[in-house]
Design a binder for this molecule. Structure first.
Ligand SMILES: *[C@@H]1O[C@H](CO)[C@@H](O)[C@H](O)[C@H]1NC(C)=O
Ligand SMILES: *[C@@H]1O[C@H](CO)[C@@H](O)[C@H](O)[C@H]1NC(C)=O
Ligand SMILES: *[C@@H]1O[C@H](CO)[C@@H](O)[C@H](O)[C@H]1NC(C)=O
Length: 483
């Protein structure tokens, strides 16, 4: 017979286990790695676990990231970059190889829970001028064959993350897919439906606001609006619901009105543009999460089961292209070093985000413009520094815009210095820079301190070093003996 205490704890455990899938349903994150200062993947996986984030979307199969996810039970949507579509669409054996190297080898007991493979990333985006458009279905079909051959077609599902620009309409109920995509969408939906896969869409109310000066700001959020959209009997009070239902209508027109929808990317940047700030990001993301967890659904899909969403993004990615805008490097709910930018309740027991643990910072040293610097030729130095390091917060709308001319220079010097891992030669700039141990941050403008992805020196412990030393002595002894 079981000891009563043990029995109780097993019972409680079973209870927790049984209810876990329901609690864990909805909120995942995108984990992109286009960053100069990368956290060690194991630190990021611990960050996900500490915050009970149950699923993650990756943009490609990076070996160190997948290895760190082994045994974590975090569900993975694994991306294939658009650049690979050409090969995968034309070569079944390349698809076999991709599945073998990037999927099969990580599965199994104690492996990675790969649930979806995302074929391309917004491959139908209008700005790509159709270059990937006709590669998607052939790549999907080749990869599906590879999954069948590997006996994985039942457990790993192919999906295609689409930008919301694949459909259009002025009113949600009038939603249709873009005319140039009708044929491809018909094939894709047929495939997804027969395979039991969801439609993946990325929705960005921030970009609607950023791109369109006339877009009513409060309609982008979930707090109610002075500009509701009336569509027959339905009234829309936020851009997300309107956008989602436009997709529902477009799916319905092609005969797939019941197809599950997963939000592949959604979020709000915290810096780098007017309207991109910590307050707005918090209000948007919390409003979104509360909306999703309320299970209210949308006017066209009321009271539906919880929507699956992947927040964009987990961490800031300071090496991303700023072509879309300076905000592009500031989508994280955590900054690049795994610090929560603002309180966010993901609807789980832990009401606040927990910071990453065991992050190895560089020493508390910053590089700033020397007090005696007359700022001659400094424009060239700034150009050099900011051409390599990230200075987007200095620009209009950024958190460091307005720290003055010398502040600008200091910020640029420091970003460069941290990027160069505080190499003393990188804090010179013709003698106009000095290293300081006083944090030069001013108000909301944070001067960065770099991180290293090296194992900490303390964990490479003294005992280990002594052991190596001892081993060398023994070898030396043997050497003398043999001579
Ligand atoms: C696995 O994925 C990585 C990352 O996208 C890619 O570089 C590599 O070529 C893939 N392997 C194969 C065999 O295609
Ligand atoms: C933050 O952004 C929101 C809109 O996204 C704007 O209304 C607000 O004024 C901004 N706050 C600051 C302090 O700039
Ligand atoms: C600091 O740099 C930013 C970005 O280049 C610029 O907009 C701003 O005017 C500069 N400030 C001063 C005082 O030069």
């Amino acid at each position: 017979m079981l000891e009563p205490r043990l029995a109780t704890s097993i019972f409680l455990w079973l209870l927790a286990w049984r209810s876990a899938p329901m609690v864990e349903s909805a909120i995942g994150v995108n984990w992109g790695t286009v960053s100069f200062r990368k956290l060690r993947p194991s630190i990021v996986v611990d960050l996900l676990k500490d915050n009970n984030i149950p699923k993650v979307k990756l943009f490609e199969a990076e070996a160190d990231v997948l290895t760190a996810l082994k045994g974590s039970r975090i569900e993975v949507m694994l991306g294939i970059p658009n650049e690979m579509l050409s090969l995968l669409s034309s070569s079944p054996s390349a698809a076999d190889l991709w599945v073998r190297q990037n999927v099969s080898s990580y599965l199994g007991k104690g492996g990675v829970s790969i649930r979806y493979i995302a074929v391309g990333n917004e491959p139908f985006l209008t700005s790509y001028n159709s270059q990937f458009q006709n590669l998607v279905m052939p790549a999907v079909l080749n990869l599906q064959q590879s999954l069948v051959k590997a006996n994985l077609a039942g457990s790993v599902k192919l999906v295609v993350p689409c930008n919301a620009d694949v459909y259009q309409s002025s009113l949600p109920s009038q939603g249709v897919f873009r005319p140039d995509l009708t044929q491809i969408m018909t094939q894709l939906l047929q495939f997804l439906n027969s395979n039991g896969s969801p439609f993946i869409v990325n929705i960005y109310p921030f970009l609607s606001l950023y791109d369109d000066g006339d877009f009513p700001q409060d309609y982008a959020f979930f707090e109610g609006t002075t500009h509701p959209v009336t569509d027959g009997a339905n009234v829309y009070t936020n851009a997300f619901d309107g956008n989602y239902d436009t997709l529902v209508a477009a799916l319905t027109k092609l005969g797939y009105g019941q197809m599950p929808i997963v939000i592949g990317e959604i979020g709000w940047p915290s810096d780098g543009a007017i309207g991109a700030n910590i307050t707005a990001a918090k209000v948007f993301n919390q409003g979104l999460i509360n909306h999703v967890l309320s299970n209210k659904g949308t006017p066209l899909r009321p009271n539906s089961p919880p929507m699956d969403i992947y927040i964009f993004s987990l961490l800031d990615e300071g090496a991303k292209s700023t072509l879309p805008g300076n905000f592009e490097r500031h989508w994280g709910i955590f900054s690049f070093d795994g610090k929560a930018k603002y309180p966010l309740n993901l609807g789980l027991e832990n009401k606040q985000l927990k910071n990453a643990k065991n992050v190895q910072y560089l020493p508390s040293r910053w590089c700033v413009a020397s007090p005696s610097s007359d700022l001659t030729n400094v424009a060239n130095h700034m150009r050099l520094a900011c051409g390599v390091a990230d200075c987007t917060t200095l620009e209009y709308g950024g958190s460091c815009n307005g720290i003055g001319a010398k502040g600008n220079v200091s910020y640029a010097f420091n970003s460069y210095y941290q990027l160069q891992m505080q190499d003393s030669r990188s804090c010179n700039f013709d003698g106009q820079a000095v290293v300081t141990s006083v944090d030069p941050s001013v108000g909301g403008c944070k001067f960065l301190l770099g991180v290293t992805d090296k194992e900490s020196d303390s964990s490479c412990s003294l005992t280990y070093k002594l052991w190596v030393l001892g081993f060398v002595f023994i070898l030396q002894g043997m050497f003398y003996y043999l001579n």
